[in-house]
Design a protein around this ligand. Structure first.
Ligand code: NDP
Ligand code: HSE
Length: 436
């Protein structure tokens, strides 16, 4: 059989990683795919640099539309990133009958519904393993390996940059800014790391997993997103004293009222395996009704770990290229006409437990006032820690861990607590998950 032809959009970290892995493992990949896979055309901005990298192995062009409209190309692999240009390129490639492989979580979280609909109409595949947790085959696990299950929840460390920052803050006792500077120096964080540290990148990824897990459209605009930029080193220390670690988790859960879809710093028991995922590593915990909890761990970023997922998708598409479209795995795992309109819950309706840190005047009766407010709102206290006040300072920290309650109740409690004269600053609130 003649080789399948691949056009590559971008030859940066991921694109060049995929190019190298395809070239290095060519023989084994061909034996697995059943036919050769040839990269025939690459589009970049800096054509000279790319020509030097590929050393004559294929054509390099400066206009990505030349890849998308090349009649010989079967699969377009998009590794440019961003929304506007890539949306246009991917939709045009689909219209031209090309299959798509992409690592672009931002594109799919925001425009996934439009792209999948176009692909269905054109009978082409859109594969996106690399878009979530880099080299970890979590999309394959959710779409295929766990297909027997009614998935109940997913909780993932799905942004390496923020996990590295949190690990540094804990291990070295340094604050957020210093840890971010380390991450930037080591090349983990982007030059503009806003999407990483503000939780947006993790929200893109959990949005995609949520759609596949629960058979709903991708709904990034409904996700609750809170990053780690306001996290204080003192809370990481107090959490540790109480037997918890703080991780930036992407969480999606099925409840009777709807689907939770949220990203925020989260206290998790230190004894959980996922709490011990350190540095830039990723891990995703999936709970299915039949299988129970399963944990997927590995590198969530970097040239070759991400290329591992991109190339696996190219092989999958190659194997299914000639298959009847009806027999392919649906893009979001569920048949497109069987997607449900289960609502995504606003954060006020989410039920979880909470870590609260209060800076209070060190006087009689303060604790009683605070616990009264919580009791009046039916919020039960699970643990309480009062720090000794430092010598000469008339104030102290109180840390309260609550049992589960709805976010709207904790909001009401915090508003009342902050109004007390004896409470000296804003209450720090971090959500907690038992993940049991
Ligand atoms: P890079 O910035 O390293 O590479 C982007 C590539 O796209 C470059 O080769 C660049 O060309 C090319 N490019 C940019 N604009 C254009 C344009 N207008 N026309 C043609 N080519 C263009 O990005 P990454 O490889 O890091 O990321 C790519 C995608 O993969 C993103 O969606 C990202 O979110 C995703 N991803 C990245 C991971 C990682 O570890 N880096 C992990 C998982 C997903 P030139 O070389 O000439 O500048
Ligand atoms: N910026 C992302 C991270 C890259 O830090 O995990 C992988 O998607």
């Amino acid at each position: 059989m003649k080789p399948i032809k691949v056009g590559l959009l971008g030859l940066g970290t991921v694109g060049y990683g995929a190019f190298r892995v395809l070239a290095r493992n060519q023989e084994e990949i061909q034996r697995r795919a059943g036919r050769g896979i040839e990269v025939t055309k690459i589009a970049v901005r800096d054509v000279e640099r790319a020509r030097a990298l590929v050393a004559g192995a294929c054509e390099v062009v400066g206009d990505p539309m030349l890849v998308v409209s090349d009649p010989d190309i079967d699969i377009v692999v998009e590794t440019i990133g961003g929304y506007d240009l890539t949306r246009e390129l991917v939709l045009q490639a689909i219209a031209n009958g090309k299959h798509i492989v992409t690592a672009n979580k931002a594109l799919l979280a925001v425009y996934g519904n439009e792209i999948f609909a176009a692909a269905r109409k054109a009978n082409v595949m859109v594969a996106f393993e690399a878009a979530v947790a880099g080299g970890i085959p979590i999309i394959k696990a959710l779409r295929e390996g766990l297909t027997a299950n009614r998935i109940q929840w997913i909780a993932g460390i799905i942004n390496g940059t923020t996990n590295f920052i949190l690990s540094e803050m804990r291990d070295k006792g340094i604050d957020f800014d210093a840890a971010l500077a380390d991450a930037q120096q080591l090349g983990y964080a982007e030059a503009d790391p806003t999407f990483d540290i503000e939780g947006v990148d993790a929200a893109h990824k959990v949005t995609i997993m949520s759609a596949i897990a629960f058979g709903v459209p991708v709904q990034f605009d409904k996700a609750y997103v809170e990053g780690i930029s306001r996290l204080a080193a003192i809370d990481i220390k107090y959490a540790e004293e109480l037997g918890y670690r703080i991780k930036l988790l992407g969480i999606t859960r099925r409840t009777d009222a709807g689907i939770e879809l949220r990203v925020h710093p989260t206290l998790i028991p230190a004894k959980r395996l996922i709490a011990n995922v350190e540095g830039a590593m990723n891990a995703v915990l999936v709970h299915g009704d039949a299988v129970g909890a399963t944990l997927y761990y590995g590198k969530g970023a970097g040239a070759e770990p991400t290329a591992s997922a991109v190339v696996a998708d190219i092989v999958d598409v190659t194997r299914l290229h000639t298959a009847d479209p009806e027999h392919r795995v649906p893009h979001l795992a569920f048949q497109h006409d069987a997607l449900s309109n289960t609502p995504v819950l606003p954060i006020e309706e989410v039920t979880t437990s909470y870590y609260l840190r209060l800076c209070v005047a060190d006087k009689a009766g303060v604790l009683a006032e605070i616990t009264r407010i919580l009791a009046d709102l039916n919020i039960s206290i699970d643990a309480l820690l009062q720090k000794e006040s430092r010598e000469g300072e008339p104030q102290t920290d109180i840390i309260i861990l609550t049992h589960e309650t709805q976010e709207k109740h904790i909001n009401a409690a915090i508003a009342k607590i902050e109004a007390l004269e004896t409470v000296l600053s804003k209450v720090t609130r971090i959500r907690m998950e038992a993940l049991s």
